[in-house]
Write a protein that binds this ligand. Structure first.
Ligand SMILES: *Cc1c(COP(=O)(O)O)cnc(C)c1O
Length: 345
């Protein structure tokens, strides 16, 4: 798809939108007597409205990620970006979206909230990408396709070339959720968005960056897509304190922590592989392992009794018998391994 084809996919009311113009849009100087935004003049540390465009933060994230700030959207978690792509591209009750399953639950919830039908396509038995079935599920009203890579909860990542080939054959916007990309050996697709304008890459500061409580999600896409998402978002979606805190936190590299999680992932997997109580363990490109037990509910309760809380995926179609276990600190992982060793199948 060419960048000039994107506009035809946008909801007509959004394409025609006159966005809210904030006081900060109309005057951008830093010094002066600010009597334009009905703020309190008394300094509390946060009496002024924050930058609605998060320019500093985008500049810094652009440096770290090697992406032009015009191609970056910052949201209140990835969840805001997921909701916005529905609001920008899908006419409620008319258009539809396609997603893989099992995958992240928010695509379905955001689709339902926006009154958009979500067509779920089961991954192959080995969790690989069902490219032909995904394309076969599309019709002329399919505006979005959601792929999560590495995928939650299965842990596998899809190949870069198969994702790009799918993007080129799809006539809507392909949303690739890379929440776990920092833990993966597969390169991010964010470097491919200029060559493939119908790709929207989602990332987050909630996982590898350790800022889940701050609520910062990122989208990398064509500048037109970023501009549409920015017009539809709440003007001040990222608070001043969050912008400052994130800017500060981005100066501490995460490489050592990510490397420890990745090496712990290998150590925990190795320990689990030999256990009679483990029926199946999938390779993981993320910071969790998907593990099948003979009785997942009983194992969930057993771990809970030991104070270890994992995610029970037993009732998720395709993940029957499975628990999703996040990789913790080496000490936390030791506790998990000891508890599992003491369990009988
Ligand atoms: C955890 C997770 C996110 C992160 O969501 P935030 O709203 O940014 O915290 C996004 N996508 C997937 C698949 C996840 O598992």
């Amino acid at each position: 798809m060419k960048a000039s084809d994107i506009l035809a996919l946008v909801r007509p009311n959004i394409a025609a939108l006159t966005p809210y113009s904030t006081a900060r849009d109309e005057y951008q100087g830093a010094l002066g007597i600010f009597l334009d935004a009905n703020e309190s003049p008394y300094p509390t540390g946060y009496n002024r409205y924050p930058d609605p465009h998060q320019k500093e933060l985008k500049r810094r994230i652009g440096e770290i990620k090697g992406v032009d700030p015009a191609r970056i959207f910052i949201g209140n978690g990835s969840d805001e970006a997921i909701d916005l792509v529905f609001r920008v591209f899908c006419r409620p009750g008319v258009d539809n979206a396609v997603a893989i399953t099992p995958s992240y639950g928010m695509y379905k919830v955001a689709a339902a909230i926006n009154d958009v039908a979500l067509r779920e396509v089961r991954l192959e038995e080995d969790f690989s990408l069902p490219a032909e079935r995904l394309l076969a599920a599309c019709d002329t009203h399919t505006r979005l396709m959601f792929l999560c890579s590495p995928n939650n909860p299965t842990g596998n990542a899809f190949g870069r070339d198969e994702l790009l080939a799918l993007a080129d054959r799809f006539s809507g916007m392909l949303v690739v959720d890379e929440a776990y990309i920092d833990f993966s050996s597969i390169p991010s697709l964010r470097t491919q968005i200029a060559a493939h304008p119908n790709i929207i890459v989602l990332q987050t500061l909630s996982k590898a960056w350790g800022m889940a409580a701050l609520r910062v999600g990122l989208a990398f896409a064509d500048p037109l897509v970023i501009s549409l998402m920015s017009q539809v978002k709440y003007p001040y979606n990222i608070g001043q304190k969050t912008q400052e805190t994130v800017l500060e936190a981005l100066s501490s590299p995460i490489d050592a922590r990510v490397a420890e999680i990745v090496s712990e992932r290998a150590r925990v997997a190795e320990a689990l592989r030999g256990m009679p109580v483990v029926l199946k363990l999938w390779p993981s490109e993320a910071n969790f392992l998907l593990v099948r037990f003979p009785d997942a509910d009983a194992m969930y309760e057993k771990l809970l009794a030991e104070g270890i809380i994992v995610r029970n995926r037993n009732r998720v179609p395709g993940c029957e018998g499975c628990l999703r276990i996040t990789i913790g600190t080496p000490e936390e992982n030791d506790r998990l391994i000891e508890t599992l060793i003491q369990s009988k199948p």
